[in-house]
Design a protein around this ligand. Structure first.
Ligand code: SF4
Length: 369
């Protein structure tokens, strides 16, 4: 187990090195959002790699973006402009928030990767949005076929669906282990495994994650304060360590860097493109999408109940409007059902100060178990 986690750790510490090596044998398409149709990218002959910027010193991107743009878009642009992403052959942008949309425009104007955009529907609750989703996925598939001068057959697409379903199933199994046996694995390690799945060759990842599942020791479920994380992207192991060092366990999340990446498998019956659209529509949505006014509040209440949580920690990237807009209603809803919560804003993935640490520790101290 130690050896496997050592390998995961080294990939997560140096994701660009792993991808540069992989780029010697196949084309790589970067993407940043969980709405990317990985199966189409994979069947189209690219390795889909989720790029979460690494730079902690932002300078080049300041020429293009205001300092109040979120750290996700600023670091992604910084890494691109400083040529750390030169191993990429293409980048796919998904229309989620305004910042991401603007980043797509800057990439198109300033960078030489092959550029793809998927203009996603905003509402997921109508028949026309489903039809539109199918159309844009078909269109993306056609563009890839043209680009690669290949035909993506139904068989090939089904093969890729099977691969990514296996990858997601392993992540879901690991999360279920964590919820049932919170001491079997730390959330810091779990988060590293999820992050590795963004980067690695999917078959290699399935192998490695299957070994983790096989070798994990199911520690007895001692008493612990059960926490749910909710927000955007957080891959900061220090935050998770601080929470879990305080007689608390993170038993589930509703994060772009967590369950929103892998919840819901693709149905393997019927037309594959329709099944892919269906998965995106059924999967828990992020705050840039709409099903009905209470959807995200009900979802939060559901996971609190399913995982018997004592408290919620909202982890937002500073200046992220979509998550901030949802927050007041989420907070009120939790107050009504008697679940304590705290909001932590993260400026950059490398910044986790003493004040934030103290706030987290105090919050956990006051939680009942
Ligand atoms: S963190 Fe928020 S503002 Fe930044 S890319 Fe994600 S949704 Fe957009």
């Amino acid at each position: 187990m130690k050896k496997i986690m050592g390998k995961i750790d080294s990939i997560v510490q140096n994701p660009y090195e792993y991808l540069s090596n992989l780029s010697k044998s196949r084309k790589i398409m970067g993407y940043s959002c969980t709405y990317a149709p990985l199966e189409i990218i994979h069947a189209g002959g690219f390795h889909p790699a989720r790029i979460i910027g690494l730079s902690s010193n932002i300078s080049l991107s300041d020429i293009h973006l205001q300092s109040y743009a979120c750290a996700i878009v600023r670091t992604l642009l910084e890494d691109s402009l400083s040529k750390k992403l030169d191993f990429l052959n293409a980048f796919l942008f998904l229309h989620t928030c305004d910042s991401m949309q603007k980043l797509s425009d800057i990439f198109r104007m300033r960078l030489s990767f092959k550029h793809f955009d998927l203009i996603l529907p905003v509402k997921f609750n109508t028949q026309s949005s489903k039809e539109y989703f199918v159309d844009i996925l078909e269109d993306f598939k056609t563009k890839l076929e043209r680009e690669q001068n290949i035909k993506i057959s139904t068989g090939k697409l089904n093969e890729s669906i099977q691969i990514y379903n296996n990858l997601r199933k392993n992540l879901l199994d690991l999360y279920n282990i964590k919820s049932t046996c919170p001491f079997a694995i730390t959330y810091a390690d779990l988060s590293k495994i999820v992050k590795a799945s963004f980067i690695m060759d999917p078959l290699e990842f399935i192998d490695i994650s299957s070994s983790i599942i096989k070798n994990i020791t199911l520690a007895p479920a001692n008493k612990t304060k059960r926490i749910i994380l909710s927000g955007s992207i957080c891959v900061h192991p220090d935050i998770f360590g601080t929470i879990e060092n305080k007689n608390a366990s993170i038993v589930w999340d509703d994060l772009c860097s967590g369950t929103r990446f892998f919840e819901q498998l693709v149905e393997q019956t019927g037309k594959p493109i329709n099944a892919l659209a269906d998965r995106f529509i059924k999967r828990p949505i992020c705050p840039t999408k709409y099903v009905n006014p209470s959807y995200r509040l009900d979802y939060l209440k559901k996971i609190i109940e399913n995982h018997n949580a004592n408290g919620v920690i909202f982890l937002f990237i500073k200046f992220c409007e979509p998550h901030s807009f949802d927050y007041p209603d989420q907070k009120k809803t939790l107050e009504k059902v008697g679940i304590p919560s705290i909001l932590i804003e993260i400026e950059n993935q490398n910044v986790f100060d003493e004040q934030t640490k103290t706030r987290l520790e105090t919050f956990i101290e006051m939680l009942g178990d």
